[in-house]
Design a binder for this molecule. Sequence first.
Ligand SMILES: NC(=O)c1ccc[n+]([C@@H]2O[C@H](COP(=O)([O-])OP(=O)(O)OC[C@H]3O[C@@H](n4cnc5c(N)ncnc54)[C@H](O)[C@@H]3O)[C@@H](O)[C@H]2O)c1
Length: 430
Amino acid sequence: MHEISCVRQFRKIGVVGLGYVGLPLAMLAGIKGCDVLGIDLNKQKVATLLSGSSYISDVPDQELQALLSAGNILIQSDYSELSDCDVIVICVPTPLTEWKKPDYSSLIGAVKGIAAVLRQGQLVILESTVAPGITETTVLPLLEAGGQIGGKDFFLAYSPERIDPGNKSSGLHNTAKLAAGLTERCLYYAQQMYQSLGIEVIPVRALAIAEMAKLLENTYRDINIAFINELAQVCHACNINIWEVIDAAASKPFGFQAFYPGPGVGGHCIPVDSVYYSSWARANGYPAKLAEHARLVNAAMPKYLADRISELLQSVGKVLSGSNVLVLGVTYKQNIADLRESPSVELIKELCRRGCNVCFHDPYVSEISLNSAQIERVALDEHVVLRQDCLVLAVAHSAYNFAWLSEVSTLIFDLTNGMARFPQEKIKKL
Ligand SMILES: NC(=O)c1ccc[n+]([C@@H]2O[C@H](COP(=O)([O-])OP(=O)(O)OC[C@H]3O[C@@H](n4cnc5c(N)ncnc54)[C@H](O)[C@@H]3O)[C@@H](O)[C@H]2O)c1
């Protein structure tokens, strides 16, 4: 790479999509003294943020309120003022369709909206997760539709997000980001932009490398979790304690990373990105059989666990249909309020299909929707627990009092090993 000396100032930053990825970025830019224009099509979210209330647990209300009252951040649904920005960062969702295929409709909508107001000299950075090639073959032509040329009239980069919601030790400020540019200058500007926010950037040579690296990071997790979920089933069938097996293997100081079994894999990233990878591979003539099989294993965990709950109830002379089961934890992971793709919600649906009387408790979630019906959480008190034939600990939120649960319940199925230190026979492990 030859030296590019042009230094740019990024005083006004536009962030399109104010969710788990976009809102923390908009906040960081505001805190660093930039003028921020946050755009979200969801008018209710815009109103909530403008009232000074954040719906992302990693973004405190007080910080949002301080930026709003200082006038550092504007939040709206209208794209027109994006033309005043030095850089526009796209953080819209890239989910799956009903048929479990990549859904680029939000991304395409956002890029068309940006293209309509694109001004010469602007830098556009895509942070949403996409399959290799999308920045160059989908985003670029849409931005160029008005006649401006990428790399010359405007600049385009891809920089996948690595945020881990709820993780207190690793965040935007201390996690290096990959970035790639359409041209060297595009990459150089993207690096300058993130560095001006105090974010370290690891440059990569091509857009497709950065796009693929993001899919590798998350598909790697999906595959390893599927392996351990499968191993948990094999170990159970052979009467071997999977948790002790993992602890033993994890004593190896090199070449092993511990993954843990559970109700499956949730969230907006891992189960989705693995499908973005395997669909893209198949479309290119290479079926990614390992990733596809991993997805099937993880997605089948709720059914497997419903079978195990049925066996547990049978062992105490009860049948699943008509039994009362309380599921503890419905978010996709510990200590956050995110329900997206949550496998424990899938477990609840499976238990309902099998005729079980299921209720739930989660300190972060007051209601869930099951097949269009809203189900409210129950109180976690002795009266409720004593009515249950079985408790299922699906997410080991720190707020749970495991000692109390181990005393008051009659049967617990622990999917998390959160109750490892309680030896009672009535506590059964995945
Ligand atoms: N959540 C994570 O932990 C995480 C981590 C890394 C990468 N990602 C990726 O980042 C992207 C964003 O994810 P997220 O979790 O922030 O999603 P999100 O659903 O929390 O937020 C996206 C926001 O974009 C808004 N939106 C949708 N279409 C829009 C449009 N055309 N214009 C303006 N706003 C629009 C939605 O209303 C929503 O508020 C996805 O591609 C995701 O895969 C997410």
